[in-house]
Ligand binder design. Structure first.
Ligand code: TLP
Length: 346
């Protein structure tokens, strides 16, 4: 039986072209700034997002941590969505290592925060209050089912934050999914924000890495923080080489993942008992709920036995992520296996 793994797009393996590029990469010591392949990757990312500079980091988590360390001071307050990845899945690093208070504002199902609620959360000047210094956005929005923030929303909320003297960071781990879904350049989504990170190791299929982009001055300060947290890598061109292939060759194919996600969501909507929101499936993430009359633990066990790997999100909720290693035929197979499972269990 073929195991179909949709736990995450992070499971994608590097392509043949990436492996060749890694083997052939020209290398140097990146802590001295002398790895030509890392330098090329950083320049490429900066130019694609139309920012002055970029920094190669080991992960999205590290990029987001460096953002907090660079944009804030200990004791500051950061506003972010109640469903933000930084808040849920980054081990509280912003609080532990950055010493900041994380103030959440509710995310709606489209990954947005209400503008008035954000404005209301910004602290006025008062000796009792921490200083609000940073607003974090996320595009696409992971826990909101891969929802896409538009350039309009991004610039309106960024203008609001800037008017109150906050910096704005965009966690763009899947920014190219958003750009492809909207059929625009990623730089349009990054334009209003002060810093943005992107991930190479998700739908783009590179083995490792993220790029943190912003002004030259911001990136140089982040580089120093990266060194402090142990992220100064030496011949990192070995992995950067795959990242260059990822940025050059792998962006446009994300549309296939989006089509497969829609196929999955619409297919699931025809299975009695499964709750899913196909019209909200904009990119490569599908959230769905198991039937209420089936024990969740049994549903999970049965998925596993039938070779379907998806993420469990608590309650009745599951996450399936489409990616390069899941084909259209795999989606049909998953739908077939799930409808059979539901028929047998209900
Ligand atoms: N997300 C992973 C898990 O951590 C949940 C996934 O499988 O989706 N920002 C966003 C929006 C992300 O989705 C992720 C990874 C990160 C940051 C962190 O990236 P890494 O895994 O490179 O540290």
């Amino acid at each position: 039986m073929k195991i179909i793994d949709m736990r995450s797009d992070t499971i994608t393996l590097p392509t043949e072209k990436m492996r060749r590029a890694m083997y052939e990469a020209e290398l140097g010591d990146d802590v001295y700034g002398e790895d030509p392949t890392v330098n090329e990757l950083e320049q490429l990312a900066a130019s694609m997002l139309k920012k002055e500079a970029a920094l190669f980091t080991s992960s999205g988590t590290m990029s987001n941590l460096l953002v907090v360390l660079t944009h804030t001071h200990p004791g500051d307050e950061v506003i972010l969505g109640s469903e933000a990845h930084i808040f849920w899945y980054e081990v509280g690093g912003a609080a532990t290592l950055g010493g900041v208070v994380m103030r959440t504002v509710a995310n709606d199902e489209y990954g947005q925060m209400d503008l008035d609620a954000v404005e209301g959360a910004i602290r006025p000047k008062n000796i009792h209050y921490p200083q609000t210094s940073l607003l974090c956005l996320e595009n696409t929005h992971n826990r909101c089912g891969g929802a896409v923030l538009t350039p309009d929303y991004t610039s309106t909320i960024s203008d609001l934050a800037h008017a109150h003297d906050l910096r704005v960071h965009l966690d763009g781990a899947r920014i190219f999914n958003a750009a492809v879904a909207l059929d625009i350049l990623a730089s349009e989504l990054a334009k209003p924000v002060d810093s943005v990170c992107l991930c190479l190791s998700k739908g783009l299929s590179a083995p490792v890495g993220s790029l943190l982009c912003g002004t030259g001055e911001f990136v140089e300060r982040a580089r120093k923080w990266r060194k402090m947290v142990g992220g100064g890598m030496r011949q990192a061109g070995v992995i950067a080489a795959a990242g260059i292939v990822a940025l050059r060759d792998m962006v446009s194919r994300l549309a296939e993942d989006h089509a497969n996600a829609k196929r999955l969501a619409y297919g699931l909507s025809h299975i009695p008992g499964i709750t899913v929101w196909p019209e909200r499936t904009q990119t490569n993430i599908v959230m769905f709920e198991s039937p209420t009359d089936v024990l969740v633990s049994e549903f999970i066990r049965q998925l596993d036995m039938r070779g379907i790997k998806v993420g469990y999100r608590g309650g009745l909720r599951f996450r399936a992520v489409t990616h390069r290693m899941v084909t259209e035929a795999d989606i049909d197979e998953v739908l077939e296996r799930i409808s059979q499972l539901v028929r047998e269990l209900s």
